[in-house]
Design a protein around this ligand. Structure first.
Ligand code: NAD
Length: 343
């Protein structure tokens, strides 16, 4: 039976990059594609950010490919569709590959004519998606605001094992645990202890860093890191920090993986500043498709897509964010051309 993929384009550049990614998905694989609505435009049409119909389609799908949605301003009780999907389907592992495909000089966030010299960065951040301070147990006691941090043995074991299995499958050498166990002795103490217990079962190097030191080293010596595993909030912050090493959010894909299904989404948002201009970089969305092929065990197809992206970057066949002049669909066409020649 064909695997079902629910495609949710969302808003802004989600509508531009996801259709290009779907071209790769259908070119290299045999999937049943469903379409779902979500986001701000959807809310304007039907007063829901994530309609029940989309949730039902997600339920019957094996895989979800999600673009990006614009967060509304001033809507009380807004629940992000992506958070709802992660929670509903218990997508406990967030995976963010940070691979700059050997690019050396990037004109990115630093501004025009300011370059960031980046070595060949190729690391993966694996973040626990269900616990930590993000469980939302917050309250006020007079003028004190309190948040509870939850770290369980079960969820820690699950994410650490996921990280080592990922390392094994992808022939990675080292897994580093990032924590703050010197201060958060109980919660991160448990996470760190669990990390080394699980590590004993694998012939893969294991080490650990304090989160403050890791955030410094991530920029200074990114080559130190191979696979990073960490708790929810540290992972959230570190993975956005690490995106800087890519020079553009247009190169950052991600996956949210659960026991039964997985959701893939480019890290970037709906980018209203460039939406409709045909200059959005489709590579992050296309790299999500590579991750989908990895997920279903067709790693050779995932690798082919990554090779095609690398080729386009080397040849300067890129959008404006990476210093090129191609339009969104032209980059996708170049990737498709490469893939078609080598398939
Ligand atoms: P953003 O990621 O949309 O954009 C940040 C900057 O990066 C912008 O200058 C944008 O032009 C650039 N950029 C992003 N993706 C790019 C691409 N593919 N190619 C070229 N340049 C790209 O973040 P933002 O501007 O802070 O957020 C815009 C909206 O998206 C907000 O409403 C935010 O809440 C939402 N958002 C949604 C998601 C999601 O749906 N998963 C994630 C992040 C932000």
């Amino acid at each position: 039976m064909k695997r079902k993929v629910l495609v949710i384009e969302g808003d802004g550049i989600g509508k531009e990059v996801i259709p290009e990614a779907v071209k790769l998905l259908t070119l290299l694989g045999d999937f049943e594609i469903l379409k779902g609505d979500a986001g701000l435009e959807c809310y304007r049409r039907c007063k829901e950010f994530l309609p029940r119909e989309t949730l039902e389609k997600a339920e019957e799908s094996d895989i979800i490919l999600f673009g990006a949605v614009t967060s509304p301003k001033g809507v009380k009780d807004y629940k992000s569709p992506i958070l709802t999907l992660r929670k509903t389907f218990n997508l406990y592992a967030n995976v963010r590959p940070i691979n700059n495909f050997g690019l050396l000089r990037l004109e990115g966030y630093l501004g025009k004519n300011k370059f960031l010299d980046v070595k060949n960065v190729d690391l993966v951040i694996i973040r626990e998606n269900t616990e930590d301070l993000y469980v939302g147990f917050e309250r006020e006691l007079y003028d004190i605001a309190i948040a509870d941090r939850v770290v369980s043995k079960k969820a820690s074991e699950r994410i650490v094992r996921f990280a080592f299995e990922y390392a094994k499958e992808n022939k990675r050498k080292r897994v580093s645990c990032i924590h703050k166990a010197n201060v958060l002795k109980v919660t991160d103490g448990l996470f760190l202890k669990t990390f080394y217990e699980v590590a004993k079962n694998y012939k893969i190097e294991a080490d650990d860093y304090l989160v403050d030191s890791a955030s410094y080293l991530l920029i200074k010596e990114p080559e130190r890191f191979d696979i990073i595993v960490t708790t929810n909030m540290f992972g959230d912050i570190l993975s956005d920090e690490a995106s800087l090493l890519l020079g553009s959010l247009g190169l950052a894909p991600s996956a949210n993986i659960g026991e039964k299904k997985a959701l893939f989404e480019p890290v970037h948002g709906s980018a209203p500043d460039i939406a409709g201009k045909e200059i959005a970089n489709p590579m992050a969305a296309i790299l999500c498709v590579a991750m989908i092929f990895d997920y279903i065990g067709k790693k050779e197809k995932g690798n082919l897509i990554r090779e095609a992206v690398k080729h386009c970057i080397e040849e300067g066949k890129v959008t404006k964010d990476l210093g090129g002049s191609l339009k969104t669909h032209e980059v996708a066409e170049e990737i498709i051309k490469y893939v078609t020649n080598y398939e």
